[in-house]
Ligand binder design. Sequence first.
Ligand code: GDP
Ligand code: ZN
Length: 470
Amino acid sequence: LALRSLTALREPPPARSACLRLLRHPCSGEPLDRSLVLWFPGEGSDPGAHGVCVRVSVNLHQSARVLPIVLTMLFAIQGPQSFTGEDCMELHVHGGPAVVSGVLQALGSVPGLRPAKAGEFTRRAFAHGKLSLTEVEGLADLIHAETEAQRRQALRQLDGELSQLCQGWAKTLTKALAHVEAYIDFGEDDNLEEGVLEQVDRDVRALEVALSSHLRDARRGQRLRSGANVVVAGPPNAGKSSLVNLLSQKPVSIVSPEPGTTRDILETPVDLAGFPVLLSDTAGLREGAGAVEQEGVRRARQRLEQADIILGMLDASDLASSSSCSFLDTVVAPLVAQSHDSGRQRLLLLLNKSDLLSANAPASSTALPPHLLLSCHTGAGMDALLQALKTELAAVCGDPSTGPPLLTRARHQYHLQGCLDALGRFQLTTDLALAAEALRQARRQLSHLTGGGGTEEILDLIFQDFCVGK
Ligand code: GDP
Ligand code: ZN
């Protein structure tokens, strides 16, 4: 009733379409704002009878501040047509602070309404079965997505691809469990088809293979979520800092003709070809430098170990120098040697300062591994470098537009591993009751993944990523 007088609507507005209303204070009748009112009915035939959420959207173009401005009522019913599954009224108001506080005060005077907690809308949607836990995570990732690849990945997870995959697996397990239990109950009964247990065994082993292959991919999804480690390394003065500055389009590192200028690791988050990247500039790798620089070199080597992709950089006009040779021998050669291992770090070898080479005297590429010629000064070769980086990043992070849904969180990995471990205990040759229990445990892990029977702490952890209003 109070909401009707607020919006001066005798009837609830038509479902899911915007209508322009003059908002009035429900008690004093004072005009507050001209606002768009949207009504998302839940399932009940009598709208609002069981309570309603109110969500206030502020036009941020007109507001200097972002306000925590969502009010929601305590009672709620389930319904299919709104985000939370409850009746929901959305008020789109102008962003002036006086308007916002006026509307909030008016809403505050409505008995039963209280401000929403951070993430409460999503949590209600989850509680009403409108979203699975992995979909909730997808939504959180979407809100925080900074690059195109992250957005694509988050959207796929929000669309439920990962939870559908898990549900499919869970279904296989449920079926297997039903067969095993039937066998326990009526084992000797002739009514049971021949070979039921053999089929169960085949299904479970096939599931193991599928789970293992997803787990092998797990690092990729996490890289896509938190950024791939790309490290620029090479001898002093090769132009590493110049490249980092070019790629990040800001002066992160000091560029100087004096060798040994970059001594500590400088890292900066960048968006490279749509992929999130943590780009690190390292101290030039050389022997015999002073103590501080030595420490820099030590850290540089350490960082190289953690890199997903290494951009090895040399001065093309200085390939014969001892620092170039030693970099080729100690860093490049071992990386090239292991490049056939699938899980290993990827190397792009770059020869910088191509502008210093005269046209008829190209870099003396005496048996150099495959490389790209580049000039940070003229920009020559940068397009080719970006293209090559994109290919490497897609391999390292996984392509978010195609391929199977990725496991983006350690949590996903944990439960899948748990499921796999449980399946490892499934043996038809031993006690069938134990085999059934293994299947039950495996199924429980999958259900934890999508949020069934999730503990409160995990829910709290996931929902704390949300802001008020989502
Ligand atoms: P770092 O020690 O590897 O980080 O190298 P810097 O980025 O500090 O560059 C060392 C020197 O090489 C600076 O004087 C740069 O201006 C110069 N430099 C960097 N890239 C190029 C290039 O493509 N061509 C030429 N001619 N000089 C470059
Ligand atoms: Zn540098």
